[in-house]
Ligand binder design. Structure first.
Ligand code: TYD
Ligand code: MG
Length: 431
């Protein structure tokens, strides 16, 4: 329960005029259309997610768990924008100016167009905004900012909402792009970002496994472009670096000819990613064998094991099964079903899947294989990385040059294609 104090205000005509953020009503064909033009942030992967860059007058919320790299990303973006000649104001409400300056010095060259203030009071920040008159403002973080006029504690729902509303109004009035950093609590949602999602124009989430260098940026709401575009970064000693060729990165550590390893071309946003799915099947001492899934959906894994047993006659009921997506990635789409199933079969039979094979299909409970979306893009990416054979569901698109498509209507057929009926004979090479 959060107490909210009602503060009634009388509305006069002059206040209406002062609070008007645009020109008033006008016929739609007379509204200028060129107002919303995105300006590049200077960071390619960020631009990709934002559909080109930040729009003046827009408010973008970047949410993520503490320590994931939000401050690093936005400081880099601020520095890049300043280097391009625009004035940027970085409001640090959590760290001191010295801390931010030290970090900025390590990440980029210090540009005099990047202005820095360490401040937690909203009125002061608004005054600073008027004084500096930047093209871009970064607020790090919105939860740490508060308006002393409100009695609620900093970080409370009332404060966060109020601070964000004020900043949104200011952004529209001045035509300045505002980026708000919002912390997401450990359980995935809550406090800051959730209550702001409808107030801002764009919501991005920044995620990653703490023990991996990989970081993923996604737009979950975007008024100026597509959502669900994926931006990929690696956290390095020199800050965040974009990953232009993720498939190459995810497959670079792959050992060839190992049982239990299958490559699947997944699609994230419009971006095809080749990911290695691994499975390990071992005899279990336990009455209730272990099922472990990392980076793949555990419910999906259990379903696939059931379908394998019922529809393809391959039982791992007395075995522990471990499955994972390599590289710290999360693969949740059903297009990875067949890869997961074949990885399990490959490990259970100790037979590696042939070189140069990718597999991609959704699995139904009847053991049937189904087409996945945008298979043409996925196959093109597989061909680009030198894969030669794709095992897919029937009636797929034409294979791109350099790639052969083998199709299977059922899981049992896919297993036969892959494992030649017997256990020892390697597979799709013979298709
Ligand atoms: P930070 O941007 O402070 O995270 P957030 O603002 O989301 O809380 O980043 C914190 C982590 O990033 C910290 O654990 C150290 C790591 N890091 C690097 O590995 N390299 C770097 O160059 C920087 C600046 C940070
Ligand atoms: Mg931070």
């Amino acid at each position: 329960m959060v107490e909210e104090v009602d503060q009634p205000t009388a509305v006069s005509a002059s206040m209406v005029a002062a609070s008007r953020s645009g020109l008033g009503p006008m016929p739609i064909d007379q509204v200028p259309a060129d107002e919303w033009v995105a300006t590049s942030t200077g960071i390619d992967e960020l631009d990709r997610v934002l559909g080109g860059g930040l729009v003046p007058g827009s408010v973008t919320l970047v949410g993520g768990e503490p320590g994931i790299g939000k401050s690093t990303l936005l400081l880099q973006a601020a520095a890049a924008r300043a280097a391009a000649g625009d004035r940027v104001l970085y409001v640090s409400a959590e760290e001191s100016r010295q801390q931010v300056r030290l970090r900025a010095g390590r990440l980029a060259t210090l540009d005099p167009d990047l202005w820095l203030v360490a401040e937690t009071g909203l009125p002061v920040v608004l005054a600073d905004l008027a004084q500096v008159d930047p093209a871009l403002v970064i607020i790090d973080s919105v939860q740490a900012l508060a308006d002393p006029a409100l009695s609620s504690a900093p970080g409370s729902v009332a404060q966060v909402r109020h601070v964000a509303a004020q900043l949104v109004a200011e952004a529209k009035r001045r035509g300045v792009a505002v980026v708000l950093v919002g912390h997401v609590t450990k359980d995935g949602s809550l406090a800051g970002p959730r209550v702001l999602e409808h107030v801002v124009d764009t919501v991005c989430t920044f995620e990653g496994e703490r023990h991996h260098a990989l970081r993923m940026l996604r737009a979950v709401k975007h008024r100026f472009g597509p959502t669900h575009e994926l931006g990929l970064f690696q956290m390095t000693g020199k800050g965040l670096l974009g990953v232009p060729d993720p498939s190459g990165l995810f497959l670079s550590d792959r050992r060839r000819g190992v049982p239990g390893s299958v490559v699947v071309p997944t699609l994230d946003g419009s971006r095809p990613l080749l990911v290695e799915i691994q499975a390990l099947v071992t005899g279990s001492e336990l009455g209730n064998p272990r099922r472990s899934a990392q980076g793949v959906d555990s419910g999906r894994l259990n379903m696939i094991l059931a379908v394998l047993e019922e529809r393809a006659g391959i039982s791992v009921a007395k075995h522990d099964v471990y499955a994972l997506a390599a590289g710290g990635l999360r693969v949740t789409e059903p297009g990875a079903d067949l890869a997961l199933a074949l990885a399990v079969v490959s490990s259970a039979t100790d037979t590696p899947v042939a070189e140069g094979v990718v597999v991609c299909a959704e699995l139904g409970l009847g053991g049937e294989l189904r087409q996945v979306s945008r298979l043409d893009r996925r196959l093109a990416e597989a061909a680009r990385l030198g894969f030669t054979t794709a095992l897919v569901a029937p009636d797929g698109p034409a294979a791109p040059p350099g790639l052969r498509c083998a199709s299977a209507a059922t899981l049992a057929e896919a297993v036969r294609l892959c494992h030649g009926g017997g256990l020892g004979r390697p597979l799709v090479a013979a298709v």
